[in-house]
Design a protein around this ligand. Structure first.
Ligand SMILES: [Zn+2]
Length: 411
């Protein structure tokens, strides 16, 4: 390979390769030299600088070449400025003064923690732990804010922006965070503490983020705090109750009935019902033949269970086949039909549907759900388990953004 090709491969500005060693013990040494003969004075900017010889060269680690550690040998050139008299050493754009690693190496190390842990990346990159940890923190504090501001810009520029709002637990039942997502672009725009109205409305960071946006629609679960928040900050947006959260109300009712029915059955029937409870949730049109037979036996056990099951299926049908003109009417009919069944668990669930029927029907104005958001929340939960809950809030948020938006990292 020509040295010229190695230059291209290394992709370092302002230097040229003068020699490269054979790989030995998984290391290759690449000697470099600056292309320019002079460097401007870093203090006064004068071009009148003179070289004063060289000190012992620096060894700087760069990105691996075919699994060999790449060690750059950089001459330490001493210079003096004739204008101001400053003595200084040659600076290379791709590595910070005195650092033993190039900036590209540090950035790659930082990006590699996505999907893994800091510890693992540091092992793979074979760097001392404390240095590795420091590089990762520093690199993230640079690249993540850059990435986030780009994502916010593309949200601002997208036509008919759809925002998704959803919470995820830090400690279930204790502390929650709220994520604001751009559903059209599939990005997480911001994460803030809490999920109560006061917490959201008084959060300056969040205010800054949302004031820049004017969404066409906002998708949320049925939390009052989110809807009040969205009403306040996005007064013109259509508020949509998230389909999968809504569906959960009816499946929860179905399971409550199942549990009640179970207590009236003999041991054999009760066990049978319990073992096959998942079938109740599954969509009827995706059951196979043997599942269909099992379902028939399940529904035979109780007429209330059977009624509630078909009510659930009717809701799926309403979601699939209504349009924005008839959705509200058909939902009202569905609710009335449900109420006529006289099943206490169903009645309880239907109260929610009554209260939110406009928001639920709004799904048909813009068929977006928070399904992708749930996927991101799962990634975040996995991150939280791997990292034993990062103590520093800023690092924690950076890791979350990196985890959820990694495909949008600036090159
Ligand atoms: Zn000077």
């Amino acid at each position: 390979m020509h040295l010229h090709d190695i230059n291209t491969l290394l992709n370092l500005q302002g230097v040229t390769v003068i020699s490269i060693t054979e790989p030995s013990e998984n290391k290759v040494y690449v000697s470099l030299e600056p292309i320019d003969s002079h460097q401007l004075c870093p203090s006064c900017g004068s071009i009148h600088t003179i070289r004063r010889g060289k000190s012992a060269p620096r060894h700087v680690r760069h990105l691996d070449l075919c699994e060999n550690h790449t060690i750059l040998i950089l001459p330490t050139i001493r210079l003096t400025c004739k204008s101001c008299g400053l003595n200084f050493t040659w600076e290379y754009s791709f590595v910070e003064p005195k650092s033993k690693y190039t900036n590209a190496f540090k950035d790659r190390l930082a990006q590699s923690i996505n999907g893994g842990t800091v510890k693992h990346s540091i092992q793979v990159f074979d760097v001392p732990y404390t240095s590795g940890e420091r590089f990762i923190k520093k690199s993230l504090s640079h690249i993540v804010p850059l990435m986030q501001s780009e994502l916010l810009k593309s949200a601002q520029n997208s036509t008919k922006l759809i925002i998704g709002i959803d919470d995820f637990a830090i400690r279930k039942g204790h502390t929650y965070n709220t994520g604001i997502h751009d559903l059209r672009n599939g990005t997480l725009l911001t994460v803030v503490r809490g999920r109560k109205y006061e917490e959201l409305i008084n959060n300056l960071e969040l205010q800054q983020c949302v004031s820049a946006l004017s969404p066409f629609a906002v998708v949320m679960d049925l939390a009052k705090s989110y809807h009040n928040f969205a009403k306040k900050v996005f007064p013109n947006a259509i508020r949509i109750a998230d389909r999968f959260h809504v569906n959960r109300y009816i499946t929860d009712a179905l399971h409550a009935i199942r549990k009640r029915v179970c207590r009236t059955l003999n041991t054999y029937q009760a066990t049978f019902l319990k073992h096959n409870k998942k079938l109740l949730e599954k969509r009827n049109d995706s059951l196979n033949n043997s599942e269909r037979l099992l379902l028939k036996r399940i529904l035979h056990l109780s007429s209330e269970l059977e009624d509630a099951y078909w009510l659930k299926e009717d809701l799926i049908e309403w979601y699939e086949f209504s349009n924005k003109k008839n959705a509200l009417n058909l939902l009202e009919k569905w609710i009335q039909h449900g109420e006529s069944l006289g099943i206490p668990e169903v009645d309880e669930a239907l109260k929610t549907f009554r209260n939110w029927k406009v928001e639920i029907s709004n799904y048909h104005k813009c068929r977006f759900t928070n399904a992708a958001v749930e996927g991101k929340n799962n990634k975040i939960k996995a991150l939280q388990r791997r990292s034993y809950f990062l103590r520093n809030r800023t690092s924690y948020e950076y890791r979350i953004y990196l985890e959820c938006n990694c495909e949008f990292l600036p090159a």
